[in-house]
Design a protein around this ligand. Sequence first.
Ligand code: GAF
Length: 389
Amino acid sequence: MAGSVNDVVEEARRLFRSSFGGLDPEVAVCAPGRVNLIGEHTDYNQGFVLPMALPLVTVMVGSKSSDQNVSIITLTEAVEDPRRVDFVLSEDGASLSPGQPSWANYIKGVLHHYRASPLPGFRAVVASSVPLGGGLSSSASLEVAVYTFLQQLCPDDGDMVAKALVCQQAEHTHAGVPCGIMDQFVSVMAKKDHALLIDCRTLEGTLVPLKDPKLVILITNSNVRHSLTGSEYPTRRRQCEEAAAILGKGSLREATLQDLEGAKEQLDSVTLQRAHHVIEEIERTARAAEALKRGAYREFGKLMVESHNSLRDQYEVSCKELDELVSATLEVEGVYGSRMTGGGFGGCTVTLLEAEAVEKTMEHVKERYSGTPTFYITTPSDGARVLEL
Ligand code: GAF
């Protein structure tokens, strides 16, 4: 995978030195992006999700300053200018309101909701190997990296669930995305060689071993992002809440297909479809985690395909490019399963396959896909951590 953690740190460190008077940063942290193996659009319905952290990370290096001044430079490609922001931490928090450039809002959001005080000023450089807008949680990895950085400057009580919740809150208030908890939770809690089954109702994570030299997890980036993303996500969330309310449930996690059948007359056909996906996907994810524990890859792969089809037909968050990638991938022998991953409308697919089949799968997909794919052969990695300098 392109850009090891060390490479990203070195790049950030060089820029820190050249931008801030030649001094070395005192703190370095990183937080990973994620790929979700199964359990899509279930987190904000209190259901199960099964993501794993990637070796792709957002890095933050920096040092405390003796005043309240904050200066942050980003090395992340494809964000809008300016690449540097400077502000003063004020008592009333005014400097932490969202504004331009938008990449800084994720950082301001975490500063705003941080769980300890008083926060000192600091200088920092942010750099990332997580592709921006690729559906691999570049934003959650930034939020969690910022929180981990602040923990070194002004320690909190170390509660990891609270940390994930603050990062989610930052995304809600400062990026305007009403996301669930999956991305931030896995970026905080993940462990190398494991996927993480998250119960989004109790906020408990269960590690599921995922290390087998005969197995590969392949991410394929469609390299498209449809502009629907912004409006469609909150719409889906609202439809789910409406369905749960009509069914008289606190969330769709509490609902069954029989409940849905019984309330058919009160639900419009679209809301019915959305709820159908969520109820089945929650159950499918629990079954998939069991299958993975048993090493039943074929069974797991079948559930991945069912998940994709349901996201395409019932939840309607796939797109032609993702469908093309999944279909082409499934044509290759040795592929257990493949599906879109993340919010949808572009971004990536995730595929579980025999290690021996990787080369021919990538060749085949390159040939069949109408766009230009990018591949990542990936392994489950650790969550956010402090790095030695
Ligand atoms: C995005 C959100 F940020 C997650 O919380 C989750 O809802 C996902 O879409 C869909 O499963 O990544």
